[in-house]
Design a protein around this ligand. Structure first.
Ligand code: SF4
Length: 491
């Protein structure tokens, strides 16, 4: 008797959902849809615009849920380009126009909706934030060697050129800096003018020949006027020590029309030609979290970049419960990336410990099981590593834990290099660094311990986290209702 495999591969058809199914886009033409300007001008930025687009297809309870989240929980303001919005409930009208009740249920359950349009009822009522969650959970600002230039690893740096994106993800790790302020988070702002900041970054890189690899990021480089991005990358290419350049853009998926513009394609070809002539690897790193986000327009944009001479397009997804943190969903996504668009699945990051992210986060043990579950199906070069970005350490594969207290949900990690702020710290390589599982995933004894001790650990300087602590006590009674909501639907 032959047994079925735990995951059954089948080639997935890549489709562009019909955007005219949304009442607000019923008359939008293909030419408009393909225009980057039209896409940028028609992003969904608030509840009213969502209502104008979707109308009565969504029941009022959804709009109220979203409004409350915007007022009390959201760390990112709303910004969803039409291209992304169109991948929410992509098959909603396959069997004709759905009832509002059916559409609303499907909308609530949709993985792209869950992270781009988070609602209040998504969040944990008991522990919306972990007591150790912080605004800059990776401590990148502490490691700035020039404004926006993080030097955490020995040979590589992160250059944050700007603080905006064409789309804002609810779980954004850089919520401290990226996007507009929200009612619960006042964003940090760069102080220097962009030109001065870029000069300072490049001066640092010139003086530090040990740095060979630059992630050019933000925000999203698709929001930088092309001539500024090209000028910055050209200057990087003139530095003998820089051998790898990676451009970070979620817009390759969220607003692929940007990367299909003639001037952008021609500019990328110029950069790729220079990079190639100097033996430098120029790659694009994108951020796709759900298989349905890979559409023919995304595929065209990736091909355009590869045709322009970019060495590789790689994906760094974020692992989130309700979005992709299950073996079949991850493998569906990886195959859609690889077969459908020629994107290499590279990393999945565990969702970081920012305020109000607990409902998305999973435990290290769950992440290890996922890594185990996806091994062996994809080619080795395209099997993503699941990594935990441990504060003050950096990326570690989830199996690299040194020890693990699963009752309290505390994993301990070590490292083999000093970050930029530990160059004279003799203990940096001896120390154990901690990472925390979501409390609601712990056994009863661990949850009780955190209930008793967690409140005193809240950083009182962090308004968002403090708000989470006070709401936790008030909302404890809502937990069982929340659990049933997540498993049985919301109607
Ligand atoms: S695209 Fe990246 S930087 Fe921008 S909001 Fe999303 S996660 Fe944050």
């Amino acid at each position: 008797m032959s047994m079925e495999q735990p995951y059954a591969y089948s080639r997935r058809e890549i489709v562009e959902p019909d955007w005219t199914r949304f009442p607000g886009w019923a008359g939008v033409t293909a030419a408009e849809w393909d225009s980057a300007q039209w896409q940028r001008a028609h992003c969904v930025k608030n509840v009213k615009q969502l209502r104008d687009l979707v109308g009565d297809l969504l029941e009022d309870r959804f709009y109220a849920d979203l409004e409350r989240d915007q007022a009390e929980r959201a760390t990112m303001s709303m910004l969803v380009p039409p291209q992304m919005m169109n991948t929410v409930v992509p098959g909603s009208h396959d069997a004709g126009t759905p009832t509002p009740a059916a559409f609303t249920e499907a909308f609530y359950a949709d993985p792209v909706r869950r992270y781009m349009l988070p609602v209040f009822s998504d969040r944990r009522p008991d522990w919306p934030s972990h007591p150790y969650s912080t605004r800059d959970s990776l401590h990148e600002h502490e490691m700035w060697v020039a404004e926006g230039l993080t030097h955490r690893y020995p040979t590589k740096v992160l250059a944050e050129l700007l603080t905006t994106c064409p789309q804002y993800c609810g779980h954004c790790t850089r919520m401290d800096l990226v996007g507009n302020s929200t009612p619960v988070i006042d964003k940090l702002r760069f102080e220097l003018k962009p030109a001065d900041r870029y000069d300072a970054m490049l001066a640092y890189l010139e003086q530090h020949p040990e740095v060979r690899d630059v992630v050019v990021s933000g925000g999203d480089v698709a929001n930088l006027p092309w001539k500024h991005l090209e000028a910055f990358v050209e200057r990087l290419l003139s530095l003998e020590n820089i051998r790898d350049i990676r451009l970070a853009t979620k817009a390759l998926m969220g607003l692929p029309q940007h990367w299909l513009q003639d001037d952008v394609r021609a500019g990328m070809e110029r950069l790729s030609t220079t990079a190639s002539s100097r033996g430098v690897h120029l790659a694009i790193h994108t951020h796709v979290n759900a298989a349905q986000s890979v559409t023919p327009t995304v595929t065209r944009a990736v091909r355009a970049m590869l045709d322009a001479g970019v060495r590789d397009v790689r994906n760094q997804g974020v692992l989130m419960r309700g979005v992709n943190a299950e073996v079949p969903l991850m493998l569906d996504l990886c195959f859609a990336l690889l077969d459908g668009a020629g994107i290499i699945p590279y990393y999945f990051y565990m969702c970081d410990m920012i305020p109000f992210s607990e409902h998305w986060r999973i435990s290290v043990r769950e992440a290890q099981r996922l890594q185990h579950g996806i091994m062996g199906y994809l080619p080795g070069f395209a099997t993503p590593r699941i990594v935990c970005d441990v504060p003050y350490v950096g990326k570690r594969w989830v199996h690299q834990i040194e020890s693990y207290d699963e009752t309290l949900g505390i994993s301990y990690w070590t490292k083999n290099y000093r970050t930029g702020i530990e160059l004279s710290d003799t203990q940096a390589l001896e120390r154990r660094y901690e990472y925390y599982d979501p409390i609601y995933t712990l056994p009863p004894g661990g949850q009780e311990w955190w209930t008793e001790h967690g409140g005193s650990m809240v950083d009182i300087h962090d308004a968002a986290t403090s708000a989470a602590a006070s709401s936790r006590a008030a909302a404890a009674a809502d937990v069982s209702a929340y659990d049933s909501l997540q498993t049985t639907g919301r109607s």
